[in-house]
Design a protein around this ligand. Structure first.
Ligand code: NAD
Length: 498
């Protein structure tokens, strides 16, 4: 019997008021049901927000270092349960164990960062223009935070958002992707065990259309932190804008890896294999465009195809597997559609492009790693996020053209250049329109203490990670303390007279 999971509202594990449920299945073997989850409604969200609003007042009174200690304990529990969580995550969304262990590790790192931040959360002090006056700032919580997350990093992304939200004294209403509700549930269990009081974290399972939309328009939610597609992101900005909510959006990407003729080609090859086919290409930072300098184009393609042929595809629980399945049927169909679009546009399919259905693959959403060459920068497969193991290769004649092609999309998340020429590397740092640039490293691999986010249609200017994540969830209060014992008037008493 499949395990039954629940919403978590006001410190209780409860069903949706609707009584409806949905199933979550293993994308590597759809006979395996991971669990049955409540398919919640607006009413469930309302209950969760009410609980959050009430609990937040007390939570905000707890000294910040104490809240930090609770998050530190959550980090310890994540360490203890790392292997169990990684295995569940692989079964739930398919990526290989090495990567799901990394996903939990990112949560651990983020928890320990939050623990440390509990003894910082710095404001500023500054001289006042008036005598006997002190001026400083303090960071105050926004109130209730709505957290809406995708399925590709089921632990890391919720931790990136929830830990800073909690440390800064907010309460949370969390709606995870319906493809990864079990990992999300484990995270909430851990936070509860670590000592987060009832009502401070609330979990509501369900669809974006029902639960997500109810979060967007709820008047008592002051800030929304969202990671997902640019389409949904722009919908969120529209609704939240109407309600004057603060919104942080981390959206899609079409990330380029440039390889110049002077590059270490073996290193660049390792980079593109990991960047394009790691997580089955389902990372916002996945390498989806390979921009090759003409003199090494043919040789590099030969090296690449030789290696891609050997990639071991299968169930991520097997430690020898290098690429797992795609998340679900509709995503697989979308990827296959893009393969057809690429062919019709005149790109040359030189490897893959098909679904795998033989033997053990028959019960999963498996896809061949896919490579297109002769791709033109304006083609849809070079412009749109496919979110699968599909690499579009574009040939360029020199560095300037490489940069122009790299920048020629509406996205701007990650970017990478392989070159041994320091001048080209530093010019690329200046010229690439992206939130992240890697030199001689693939487009993927964020660390929790560095800012993470992108430019253009990848987001709305916020950054997750490090201290930047804390800005999203705080209001700055400016404090003036007048100890002169008389009325002092800024600008008037201090006016300079000539
Ligand atoms: P998605 O946009 O379909 O869904 C993301 C979340 O939003 C889910 O929880 C979903 O249920 C919810 N949602 C859907 N419609 C909604 C609505 N109308 N109102 C409120 N919530 C709604 O994305 P996905 O398929 O889960 O994830 C893949 C996408 O996420 C890709 O575009 C990828 O690039 C992006 N992503 C971005 C980052 C980043 O940090 N920039 C990281 C990971 C993934």
């Amino acid at each position: 019997m499949a395990e039954r999971y629940y919403n978590y509202i006001n410190g209780e594990w409860i069903d949706s008021v609707t009584g409806r449920t949905f199933e979550n299945r293993n994308p590597a073997n759809w006979d395996e049901v991971i669990g049955v989850f409540p398919k919640s409604s607006k009413e469930d969200v309302e209950k969760a927000v009410e609980a959050a609003k009430k609990a937040q007042r007390e939570w905000a009174k707890m000294p910040v270092p104490k809240r930090g200690e609770i998050l530190g304990r959550a980090g310890d529990l994540l360490v203890q349960r790392k292997e169990e969580l990684a295995r569940l995550m692989t079964r739930e969304m398919g990526k290989i164990l090495k990567e799901t262990r990394g996903d939990v590790q990112e949560g651990i790192d983020t928890a320990y960062y939050a623990f440390g931040e509990g003894r910082r959360l710095f404001g500023i002090t500054t001289p006042s223009e008036l005598p006997n006056m002190m001026a400083f700032t303090v960071m105050r919580p926004v109130g209730v935070a709505g957290i809406i997350t995708p399925w590709n990093f089921p632990m890391a992304i919720p931790c990136w958002k929830i830990f800073p939200a909690l440390l800064t004294g907010n309460a949370v209403v969390f709606k995870p992707a319906s493809d990864t509700p079990a990992t999300a549930t484990k995270l909430v269990e851990i936070l509860t065990e670590a000592g987060v009081p009832p009502g401070v974290v609330n979990l509501v399972h369900g669809t974006g259309r029902e639960v997500g939309e109810a979060i967007l328009s709820h008047p008592d939610i002051g800030v929304i932190s969202f990671t997902g597609s640019s389409e949904v992101g722009s919908r969120i900005a529209e609704v939240a804008g109407k309600h004057l909510k603060r919104v942080s959006l981390e959206l899609g990407g079409k990330n380029p890896q440039i390889v110049m003729e002077d590059a270490d080609l073996e290193l660049a090859l390792e980079g593109v294999l990991w960047g394009a086919f790691g997580t089955t290409g389902q990372r916002c930072t996945a390498t989806s465009r390979l921009i090759l300098h003409e003199p090494i184009h043919d040789k590099f393609i030969e090296m690449l195809v030789e290696r891609v042929k050997k990639l071991k595809i299968g169930n991520g629980l097997d430690e020898t597997i290098e690429m797992g399945p795609v998340i679900n049927e509709s995503q697989l169909n979308k990827i296959l559609e893009y393969v057809e679009i690429g062919k019709k546009e005149g790109a040359k399919l030189i490897y893959g492009g098909e679904r795998l259905t033989d033997g053990d693959y028959a019960k999963g959403w498996f896809m061949q790693p896919t490579i297109f060459v002769d791709v033109k920068p304006e083609m849809r497969i070079a412009q749109e996020e496919i979110f699968g193991p599909v690499l579009s290769v574009i040939k360029v004649k020199d560095f300037d053209e490489a940069i122009e092609v790299a920048n020629n999309t509406t996205y701007g998340l990650s970017s990478s250049i392989y070159t041994t020429d320091i001048r080209l590397a530093m010019r690329a740092v200046e010229l690439l329109e992206a939130g992240i640039t890697y030199i001689n490293a693939p487009t993927i691999g964020a660390e929790c203490h560095l800012p993470f986010g992108g430019v253009k249609r990848t987001g709305n200017g916020h950054r997750e990670g490090g201290k930047w994540a804390y800005e999203i969830f705080t209001e700055i209060k400016t404090v003036y303390v007048d100890f002169s014992g008389k009325l002092q008037k800024a600008q008037i008493d201090t006016a300079v007279t000539k």
